[in-house]
Design a protein around this ligand. Structure first.
Ligand SMILES: Cc1cc2nc3c(=O)[nH]c(=O)nc-3n(C[C@H](O)[C@H](O)[C@H](O)COP(=O)(O)OP(=O)(O)OC[C@H]3O[C@@H](n4cnc5c(N)ncnc54)[C@H](O)[C@@H]3O)c2cc1C
Length: 343
């Protein structure tokens, strides 16, 4: 059985069999739809299903039940269950096609107890363009690629030749523990990018709430630099959560940024503070809701672990947030284990 899929904005139609993903069917028909990770982890292929039904083996990690109920679908996992009309209305244009390039490690430095700043320089000296909020895939050479958000401040002079990543150590993680600690200046790493559809929607002139945990702040740092430099953004409240003060590795930088911009507020939130901590306590989403019990007029940008994103999305939608203005960057990880080292 096959169904007719119509992509409204592009005025293209193609057939999709019931057993294949809509993205695979599009590709077979020569129709290029936005996509990146292809395991339902990044949300780049999110579309609004205007007519029809899709189905999944299981709900993809980057699609909340609320978003699915509101008619959004991730095409790399969704299979058509009827004819479909899909809309890519909210997709941000990519500044440049992704490509694989050689980089050299310029530096590694600890940012906190379990976070490392890795700065890579492009070996070919060619400037590169990314949209703040995007990510790259890093190829360890002997294992499958690992995804990391671009933390570089796009306005900074070096951003066109360098790439800054903030990497949290995963206990037992092949890249973030074993390989990262062995990297030295001058080592070569292949990187593919820029990837992903996360970023600032400048057509939504609504007050902005950003919420992140841990290294989820990395893409927001990059976005904030560009947004605040433009001088033309709605008010932005950033809530950043960690367990203890040491986890908030950009605390001084963000505090300074807030002091420089009247329209930017930074709210650090600790889930395990000591008695002396003067700031917000608990989970980051609870701190957001304490300040904004009604989110119906806001645009929301969420970055971090899939669990935080799922919990926060649910709580924010229950407080009036519209899925249409809820943008997420979920730090899922590839399901497959690292591939065996080449002999
Ligand atoms: C779009 C995107 C952007 C990302 N950006 C960042 C970023 O900016 N900074 C950052 O620190 N991370 C980021 N991540 C998560 C990062 O890709 C993974 O943590 C990383 O791939 C782990 O690699 P590893 O080789 O160390 O772990 P692996 O050897 O692949 O995994 C070891 C074990 O840990 C589990 N695991 C792996 N990753 C995680 C995780 N994140 N949380 C919990 N358990 C895990 C695995 O299931 C496995 O059991 C991002 C992920 C995505 C999809």
């Amino acid at each position: 059985m096959s169904y007719r899929i119509t992509w409204i904005e592009a005025q293209r139609s193609f057939e999709a069999a019931a057993h294949e993903t809509v993205l695979d069917a599009a590709r077979r028909a020569g129709v290029v739809l936005p996509s990146a990770c292809e395991f339902g982890g990044c949300g780049t292929c999110r579309v609004k299903v205007q007519h029809g039904r899709v189905q999944y083996d299981e709900l993809p990690p980057a699609l909340s039940q609320e978003a699915a109920d509101a008619g959004y679908a991730l095409l790399c996992q969704a299979r058509a269950a009827s004819d479909l009309a899909i809309s890519t209305e909210r997709v941000l244009a990519a500044p440049a096609p992704a490509r694989r390039r050689k980089t050299r490690v310029l530096s590694t430095a600890p940012l906190g107890p379990d976070v490392t700043r890795l700065v890579l320089g492009f070996a070919d000296e060619e400037p590169w363009a990314f949209r703040p909020g995007q990510y790259v895939d890093v190829f360890p050479g002997d294992a499958a690629p690992r995804s990391f958000s671009i933390a570089s401040r796009s306005g900074a002079m070096e951003a066109s030749r360098q790439l800054e990543l903030h990497i949290r150590r995963i206990e037992g993680g092949y890249f973030t523990q074993t390989r990262l600690s062995a990297l030295r200046a001058g080592d070569v790493l292949d990187v593919e990018g820029p990837l992903g559809g996360f970023g600032y929607h400048d057509d939504d002139y609504r007050p902005i709430v950003m919420a992140a945990t841990g290294t989820g702040v990395a893409p927001l740092r990059s976005m904030l630099a560009a947004m605040l430099a433009s001088g033309d953004t709605p008010p932005i409240d950033l809530y950043w959560g960690g367990r203890t003060p040491e986890a908030l590795y950009l605390h001084d930088e963000l505090t300074q940024l807030a002091a420089q911009h009247d329209d930017f507020r930074y709210v650090p939130v600790l889930s395990q503070p000591d008695a002396a901590w003067p700031g917000a306590r608990g989970y980051v989403q609870d701190a957001v809701l304490a300040d904004h019990p009604d989110l119906s007029e806001h645009a929301l940008y969420l970055c971090g672990s899939p669990i935080m994103i799922a919990d926060a999305s649910r709580a924010f939608v229950a407080s009036g947030a519209s899925i249409r203005y809820l943008y997420v960057d979920s730090f899922t990880f590839a399901h497959s284990p690292p591939v065996e080292a080449a002999a």
